[in-house]
Design a protein. Structure first.
Lengths: 339, 235, 456
């Protein structure tokens, strides 16, 4: 087996670092995109965004239950994917309702961004209450369909390796759906008149008004896009792991970190930031002992876990990176600000 | 016979004290009207009033014999008034061509032709069409700003200090383009600090002081007026 | 309404509300609420100094509260000598390496111009720092955490009276605020909020997971008290006499000696609880008054006026040559120190430190609500906000359950909808809080007791 040491090490890395980080990164990238678009167009840091993610996911779960009880399924795919479009509509409508009844007042007043941010804290409370009231604070799994694409055991047997590679179907679904969503979004922003006018509005509000761009329409489109992205992100995350309102709330911090690291307001930055944060969280908390055992001769084998940071600090990492970025390059990787 | 755009007796301000008092400004097609005056004379305010960006207590605005006093800025754009602000007058994060497309946002018809016309007017724009507008030089940005406003094929073009902060050569070029635009049948209103040069190309000029019309007359006549020269043009 | 009357009326209503709880539930409950109200008010003053006077959005209130709590443990708990003997050296060495690495990093970052050399040095310092720390730190904490893990398993504290921790908490929170402020205060306002929110999460992660320091989620309980224990009171002569004298007429009315004695015993037990809470209330109230007095003094000084000038017009103040950053740093440190004091007081009142209980909603955003509803920029408003919002937060639960019972009135006892409604009642208070915040921002953006506009 000596010759396979290198391959074993790589499979190990792929199984525990690369595949999970890719799927978590895709989920985070979508969520961050929604945050950054709100920031770019509506010009405030939306503290309620993680709870919109909870709300959208909850709506999906409810529709999934409805479909399941009606005997509708998507075959090998999770039923939640069928429920997703309906949940997006509900989420977008609720977003628009909140915008009409809450945010639009402050927009007309031309309030400071910080005021809108505090307002979003109020919305955050309300959303948390609504979600917990309807579906409760507990952990929920709503995955159905085929669970694995590649199973570790089959992989081991097939290739005759010591290490196995598992690819869950949710991981593949996540990456595919996220890619489709991102490509559609970039196409929309770069190539369509409406998308361009959104960028124009985000870049220079007064001039957009002078050009006859209707701000209210832009606002509506922004909330709809944000709902699509955040609900999709939440559903992918929930399928991959599970849905729990408090866990989702905690994703607010990695989302902000990803947005700022990438350059807040920049969609490309959001995607880059999402993957940077996801890969950092996982690479820095993975214990590399076994990896080095494969690669190094016995005499050099490490004694410790070879772990940079304990997994306890997984989500503190996003903030350590954030702090470093704020000190070294506050504008983020892609010089951010606008969409 | 009233002029193509005639604003009479405009009185108002930003909610506090009135800044302009009974100000009159008129402009015809194929004509350049320049508004000059000392700082704080209400030049920009008068222009904003014409655009509907501040609400007036009194005054009437007639464009092509229809009353536009009650229209919102957006509706005035649709009615044929275009405006080039002094600052923040381009979409810096959009490409030059996208700036032009945004200028034509309200138009439902094809805008390709207009874009070609503008590329003929400002050949530099064509080479830079796919570059971000914010990356261009000061003079080129000014061209983008004017081009964007022209995309609606306006009947009236208003420019707020189009030559502020550009070199004399660029200033000359900008004025030349403005004359070309005028000759295509557009009515042009310019607020200017560089009064001498602006009055040189003006068909008609207004000197505003303390929010009121102090002098008015043909551009050359104002330039030759001793009192105007002494008070506003530095002798 | 006359602005002068707002504060007295607001506090009078608050007093009536607390009295209603006293009469309908019990005075003991009412006093418990009051004690937490006072602590909340102190936190609110800290936030108000930063936001109301400095215009700084600190979303890391939770972190400073937890630091205060940790300080209470580290000051008052007895030292675990065995742990110090066996592993103290390792911890000290790794701390020294940590501090040295950070210092070296800062030095390199500031003084080495050449980018290549700088980056190489930074990487080297981080790698060697990590290796060094891991060499001492890992084994040491394993030893510490293995010593009597059910009861201690950490280094313990200084063994001083817990009341000292209130002062030390201010210093600790202030020092941490100094570091955080240095990093974040140059940022735009919403970046500051996000950064502080994140840093507070890091603080919580540390107290939750560094068991050698804080016992982590195993909690530290049985902390010292600055006030007597109920059981001591019940056995001391003077207290018995006092209760007997107060209830003289009530006791006199009872003929039978044995039932008189029974009543006396009941009264003593009840009163001892109330007496302890009164002691806490007295202590807390003195701290609140002191902090309020000092804050008012500071804010009416030239320093405070300059601060408000900066808040109202940063550009103008900067043009006048004011050092905005230094001013912001000062107020950030002071506000955080006050929050730290409140955090230590809270842990003192609880008698235990429970890192798992720190949640941003309860310890950051609710405090913000207090400041905004009370009236940003007015310390009296913050005190009122602290009382009012805490009162609502506590009383919302029974009220929600009542409300849900009403909703579910006609339903069978085991109807699933009824069960769901009652089970979810607790979440209604989040709704109430959100609604209060939104309504206040919309219809009363200056709060119940607005800032007084200073006339020149």
């Amino acid at each position: 087996m000596e010759d396979f040491e290198f391959i074993n090490a790589m499979v190990l890395l792929a199984n525990f670092v690369i595949v999970p980080a890719l799927s978590y990164g895709s989920q985070l990238a979508l969520a961050t995109l929604s945050l950054t678009i709100i920031y770019g167009v509506l010009r405030f840091s939306n503290f309620a965004q993680a709870d919109w993610m909870s709300f959208g996911t909850m709506a999906t779960i409810l529709f999934t239950w409805l479909f399941q009880s009606a005997g509708i399924s998507a075959g090998i795919l999770p039923t939640a994917l069928l429920a997703l479009p309906f949940a997006i509509i509900v989420t977008a409508l609720f977003c628009l309702l909140i915008d009409r009844s809450v945010y639009s007042f402050y927009r007309k007043q031309k309030s400071q961004p910080i005021v809108l941010m505090i307002v979003s804290v109020g919305v955050m409370f309300i959303l948390q209450a609504v979600v917990r009231f309807i579906i409760g604070p507990n952990d929920r799994k709503f995955f159905d369909g085929e669970k694995y694409i590649v199973h570790a055991l089959d992989f081991k047997n097939y290739f005759g390796l010591e290490e196995g590679l598992t690819i869950k179907s949710t991981q593949l679904i996540t990456v595919v759906v996220a890619l489709v969503a991102m490509i559609s979004l970039f196409y929309f922003l770069q190539k369509t008149k409406l998308g361009k006018s959104m960028r124009a509005y985000s870049n220079n509000e007064d001039l957009a008004l002078l050009s006859g761009i209707n701000p209210e329409k832009i606002v509506i489109v922004t909330w709809i896009i944000s709902s699509i992205l955040i609900t999709t992100a939440g559903v992918l995350y929930g399928l991959d792991k599970s849905f729990k309102p408090f866990t989702y709330f905690n994703l607010l911090l990695p989302m902000f970190a990803a947005a700022i690291v990438g350059g807040i307001g920049s969609p490309i930055g959001a995607v880059i930031g999402g993957y940077v944060i996801a890969f950092s969280e996982i690479t820095l908390t993975y214990a590399y002992k076994k990896f080095f055992v494969y690669l190094l001769p016995e005499s050099l084998e490490p004694s410790g876990l070879m772990q940079v940071l304990s997994t306890d600090y997984k989500f503190a990492i996003s903030f350590i990176i954030l702090v470093i970025v704020l000190i070294v390059r506050p504008t983020g990787i892609v010089r951010g600000k606008i969409i | 016979m009233t002029k193509f755009l005639s604003c009479t007796n405009m009185t108002g301000g930003y909610g506090g004290e009135d800044i302009i008092h009974g100000c009159d400004i008129e402009v015809d097609r194929n004509q350049i009207v320049v508004i000059v005056g000392p700082n704080g004379a209400g030049k920009s305010t008068a222009m904003k009033a014409m655009l509907g960006m501040i609400s007036l207590k009194e005054g009437s605005l007639i464009l092509d014999s229809s009353d536009i006093s009650k229209l919102t800025p957006q509706d005035r754009v649709a009615a044929g008034i275009a405006f080039v602000p002094q600052t923040m007058n381009i979409f810096s994060e959009l490409t030059v061509e996208e700036n032009l497309e945004m200028g034509a946002f309200l138009r439902e018809d094809s805008v390709k032709e207009t874009i070609e016309e503008i590329y003929n007017l400002f050949p530099a724009m064509k080479d830079k069409r796919n570059q971000l507008a914010g990356e261009l030089s000061g003079g080129q940005r000014q061209q983008v700003a004017v081009s964007r406003a022209l995309m609606t094929r306006p009947k009236v073009l208003m420019l707020d200090e189009p030559t502020a902060g550009v070199s004399p050569i660029v200033m000359k070029e900008i004025f030349e383009r403005i004359i070309t635009i005028k000759n295509s049948g557009v009515a042009i209103v310019i607020v200017e600090q560089n009064a001498k040069q602006a009055l040189n190309i003006a068909d008609f000029g207004y000197v505003l002081v303390g929010g009121e019309n102090k002098f008015s007359g043909e551009g050359q006549a104002l330039l030759n007026n001793q009192e105007v020269r002494k008070s506003f043009l530095g002798g | 309404m006359n602005d002068e009357l707002r504060a007295p009326i607001a506090f009078a209503i608050m007093g009536i509300l607390l009295a209603i709880v006293g009469f309908t539930q019990s005075w003991s409950v009412s006093l418990s609420v009051i004690n937490l109200c006072i602590i909340s008010s102190i936190m609110a003053i800290g936030v108000n100094l930063q936001w109301g006077y400095g215009g700084l959005f600190n979303a890391g209130v939770m972190g400073f509260t937890a630091l205060g709590g940790l300080t209470a443990v580290l000051v008052s708990h007895d030292p675990i000598y065995e742990a110090w003997d066996k592993a103290g050296v390792g911890i000290v060495i790794s701390t020294i390496i940590f501090v040295l690495s950070i210092t070296a990093l800062l030095f390199v970052f500031r003084n080495i111009e050449n980018k290549q050399i700088r980056n190489t040095l930074i990487i080297l310092i981080i790698v060697f720092g990590l290796i060094g720390i891991n060499n001492f730190y890992g084994p040491s904490i394993d030893i510490i955490e293995s010593i009597n893990p059910a009861k201690t398993g950490f280094l313990g504290g200084l063994g001083l009276p817990i009341i000292f921790s209130w002062l030390i908490a201010a210093v600790v929170a202030g020092l941490v605020a100094w570091v955080i402020g240095k990093i974040t205060l140059r940022l735009r306002s919403d970046y500051l909020a996000i950064a502080t929110l994140g840093i507070s999460e890091i603080v919580i992660a540390v107290v939750k997971h560094e068991d050698w320091l804080s016992r982590g989620v195993k909690n530290v309980s049985g902390l010292d008290r600055p006030v007597p224990y109920e059981i001591e009171l019940q056995q001391s002569e003077w207290f018995l006499n006092l209760i007997e004298r107060i209830n003289f007429s009530k006791l006199e009315a009872i003929q039978s000696l044995s039932s008189r004695q029974d009543l006396l015993n009941d009264l003593v037990i009840d009163s001892s609880g109330i007496f302890v809470k009164l002691c806490y209330a007295g202590l807390f109230f003195s701290v609140l008054l002191l902090i309020f007095y000092l804050s008012q003094l500071a804010l009416n000084s030239p320093w405070g006026r300059m601060l408000r000038a900066i808040r109202d017009n940063e550009e103008a103040a900067s043009a006048m040559g004011k050092n905005i950053f230094a001013q912001h740093l000062q107020i950030f440190i002071i506000g955080s120190a006050i929050i730290g004091i409140a955090g230590a007081m809270l842990t003192t009142l609880d008698g235990q430190f429970t890192p798992g209980s720190y949640r941003p909603l309860r310890f950051t955003f609710i405090i913000w609500l207090m400041v905004i509803i009370g009236g940003s920029g007015n310390n009296l408003g913050s005190i009122f906000g602290g009382f009012f919002i805490w009162f609502i937060w506590i009383e919302a639960e029974p009220l929600s359950i009542g409300f849900m019972n009403m909703l579910a009135g006609g339903l069978e006892y085991d109807n699933p909808l009824r069960m769901h409604l009652l089970g979810s009642a607790a979440h209604l208070r989040l709704f109430i809080m959100g609604l209060l915040l939104l309504l206040a921002l919309r219809f009363m953006p200056k709060g119940v007791i607005p800032e007084k506009i200073q006339k020149k």
